[in-house]
Design a protein around this ligand. Structure first.
Ligand code: AMP
Length: 609
């Protein structure tokens, strides 16, 4: 009798899946242009009858030439009327032939509210495909990852409903609640210390506590740790600093603290938590020894790397991560957004400053708008400016030039056409025919602590609202700048104010405290959510500086080569010598005494929780 073919062992399946994923990357990067052409024609042919494409006169064409000739390059503001119709319940095919399944709420804002990105069911499959490429790539560089667990701090955020009844929530909340995450295949790479119930718990204290508890009691098994962004991982470490005593008590006794009230979390944790005095004593000894240097490698001794995004504004957390981990490799695996998931890092052990992302050509149709940026003399993040009209030709994925900076423009399966994402990327190399990009910055963003992205205009308006309160004291704001201070827990916005005032003592401290509060109230909802719900941003601070400070700042910039004709006060500073100069001139400082108002969803919607 013929022998039945042998089923592959677990290890065999992993090898086979890894090979498949790497072959996929190889194929789509070799055939990048052909894949992009197909993606565009697929998107355009299935959405040929949508109102948006008809309105712009595409007339069913699916070729690149016609698309580029007739379709405008747009921003969210251009799309807002259409998005509002969908949010209000218009289910006709406005942007996409497939039904919009929900809105993904971006951390980018418009008129103070999160932008709403339409999505369709099948996008989950595309996102999950990108995730499935990460471990096969990682496995080429770090062996043994299939032999242990990942301790990842992952969280969901609250969701709201649009007036038309569509759910609006962040992209990761949508993903973690989907069957793609909950029913993920039981393979060695999806072996996490956090049970799904702890991730899906909306209460951020209970979620963080239970995830840390599970991570600590399985400490020997952990081979990699992470969170999405560096800020989230640092928050977990700070939480541990504050609550290790309670956590040790739970590990000692094998019972869960009574503050954890969510029954599904209690049940899931109780399957993992057993009385373990040995681990409890070990954690207590490490956490109470006075120094938190290397705490990650001490508590989780088999950790090989930290998986967190430290590119873009998150680079401000690299020194803290190095300190807590005794400089374990920091691995940035992917680049993604609510609009679309873009690409992955094929050289994950490279230095954070060298991280480049390879855009995966099947995810969307990508175009690139060349940009130039002003010199970053003062350390402020300068605004990129698009080139003039002739140069404003968008370039295709395979036509970008090494070293050139571009703004990313996407056409997605979910109904965005030539949409400017707002990210500035620089071409750093190529994988076969697909370019690789350094993430340079988010256009216009000056301040960011966590996922908040505050631009110059928002800051200016908020400061103006606050400074109005000085008028009654015959005082006015002469100059200001800002700084994202991440040295404390949590980080907070600092504003440096130089005033024109007859008698500085005539203004009571409560007025400045109110100014701090007014700035916070005037900022966008992602900032206020960070302050109120996530507690990832601390109270805003105003530091009043001596008269003449901003002249000194200008003098400093001139000594560094700035032109006096072109000098503008930077509205945000990041360069250490300038921050030192400002700090050396502080007369008094004030903090916001209240939390600003925030509720899930846009102001005008009723919310559900
Ligand atoms: P959101 O729309 O809230 O999902 O935020 C997406 C934005 O986060 C992107 O457009 C980028 O500005 C930023 N982002 C995402 N991934 C990365 C990354 N790997 N490095 C730097 N910034 C990133």
């Amino acid at each position: 009798m013929q022998e039945a073919p042998k089923a592959l062992s677990d290890e065999g399946i992993v090898v086979e899946n890894n090979d498949k994923a790497l072959k996929f990357i190889e194929d789509v990067t070799i055939n990048a242009d052909e894949v992009q052409k197909l993606v565009l024609s697929e998107i355009l042919s299935r959405s040929a009858d949508t109102e948006y494409l008809r309105r712009n006169g595409l007339n069913g064409c699916t070729d690149r030439g016609t698309f580029k000739k007739v379709m405008p390059v747009i921003t969210y503001e251009d799309l807002k009327p259409d998005i509002e119709r969908i949010a209000n319940g218009d289910t006709s095919p406005i942007l996409c032939s497939h039904p919009i399944s929900e809105f993904l709420t971006s951390s980018g804002t418009s008129a103070g509210e999160r932008k709403l990105m339409p999505t369709i069911d099948e996008e989950l499959e595309r996102r999950s495909l990108l995730y499935s490429l990460l471990m096969p790539v990682m496995n080429q560089f770090v062996p043994g990852l299939d032999k242990g667990k990942g301790m990842y701090f992952l969280f969901v955020k609250s969701e709201a409903k649009t007036p038309g009844g569509l759910v609006a929530r962040p992209v990761l909340t949508s993903y973690y609640k989907s069957s793609y995450f909950k029913n993920k295949p039981n393979d060695p790479y999806t072996n996490y210390t956090s049970p799904d119930e702890t991730i899906l718990c909306l209460d951020s204290y209970q979620s963080m506590y239970s995830q840390l508890l599970c991570g600590l009691c399985q400490n020997e098994e952990v081979v990699r740790v992470g969170a999405v962004f560096a800020s989230g991982f640092i928050r977990a470490i700070h939480f541990l600093e504050k609550h290790w005593g309670l956590l040790c008590k739970d590990i000692q006794s094998g019972t869960i603290d009574s503050k954890i009230t969510d029954p599904s979390v209690r049940e899931a944790v109780s399957k993992i938590l057993k009385p373990n005095p040995k681990i409890a004593d070990f954690v207590e000894a490490e956490c109470s020894n006075g120094s938190w240097k290397g705490i990650i490698t001490r508590l989780w001794p088999n950790t090989k790397y930290i998986d967190v995004i430290v590119t873009g504004t998150m680079s401000q957390y690299i020194p803290a991560l190095d300190y807590y981990s005794n400089s374990l490799p920091l691995v940035c695996t992917m680049y993604a957004s609510s609009e679309c998931y873009f690409g992955i890092n094929l050289d994950p052990l490279c230095k954070p400053s060298e991280v480049s992302y390879t855009l995966i050509p099947t995810m969307a149709y990508f175009e690139f708008l060349p940009v130039t940026r002003e010199n970053e003399l003062t350390g402020s993040i300068s605004e990129p400016t698009a080139l003039n009209d002739e140069e404003k030709q968008l370039v295709d994925l395979v036509d970008v030039e090494l070293g050139q900076e571009y703004e990313l423009v996407v056409t997605t399966y979910a109904g965005l056409y030539r949409y400017q994402v707002g990210d500035i990327l620089r071409v750093s190399g190529f994988k076969n025919n697909a370019p690789q990009f350094n993430f340079i910055c988010r256009k216009n963003v000056v301040l960011s602590i966590d996922s908040d992205k505050t631009d110059e205009v928002e800051l200016q308006n908020a400061v103006k609202n606050a400074a109005n309160q000085l008028v009654q004291f015959e005082a006015s704001l002469v100059e200001y700048t800002s700084y994202a201070d991440t040295s404390g827990t949590p980080g907070h916005y600092v504003l440096y104010w130089e005033l024109s005032v007859n008698d500085a003592n005539s203004i009571p401290p409560s007025v400045f405290e109110n100014c701090c509060f007014t700035v916070e109230e005037s900022l966008h909802s992602v900032y206020r959510q960070g302050r109120v719900s996530d507690k990832s941003i601390g109270p805003l601070e105003i530091r009043v500086v001596e008269n003449g400070t901003f002249d000194m700042l200008m003098d400093f910039a001139l000594t560094q080569g700035a032109s006096i004709n072109q000098y503008k006060t930077p509205r945000c500073v990041t360069y250490a010598p300038i921050i030192e100069l400002l700090n050396s001139r502080v007369i008094s400082s004030y903090f916001s005494q209240k939390c600003p108002r925030w509720s899930p969803g846009h102001k005008q919607w009723c919310t559900q929780n």
